[in-house]
Design a protein around this ligand. Sequence first.
Ligand SMILES: [Zn+2]
Length: 159
Amino acid sequence: MMRDTHDEARELIAVGHAASDAQQIWLRNHLEECASCRDYAEGAAQMVRALRSLPVVADARLVRATQMRVRFHAARLRETRERMWLVGLACLGVGLTATLTLPFLWRLFAWMGDQIGVSTLVWQTAFLLFFIAPALVLGVVLLARGAHVKSHKQGSWQW
Ligand SMILES: [Zn+2]
């Protein structure tokens, strides 16, 4: 007889709010007296809460992860743009410097060739090597940077 009462109580707990008012009142009275059914009811309630909160937690985590990914991507794009701007500025600076110093260097090499007593061809070749070397180095550096930027942008060559 007692066993049937507990079973009935647990059934009503499972049914929840679908139980009639009379049944809910009876269940409340039983839970006040019976510790084991009270534990059962608490366990069931916790389970329901956990099940209800689970998808919400997953959604929030997914949203946060997605936001972080988007923010990370935006930051990386901005970084790439800034780096390209710096490279452009460096190119402009080097170009300006070269243009300004070219005539001066040319005259300097001519003067040195004259002082050392080598032929025009020799000092002009030396001048060419001296002038080309930094450009070569810069070219290699920029190519390496370009490859770096390219790998970040996953295969597009439009920088
Ligand atoms: Zn009970």
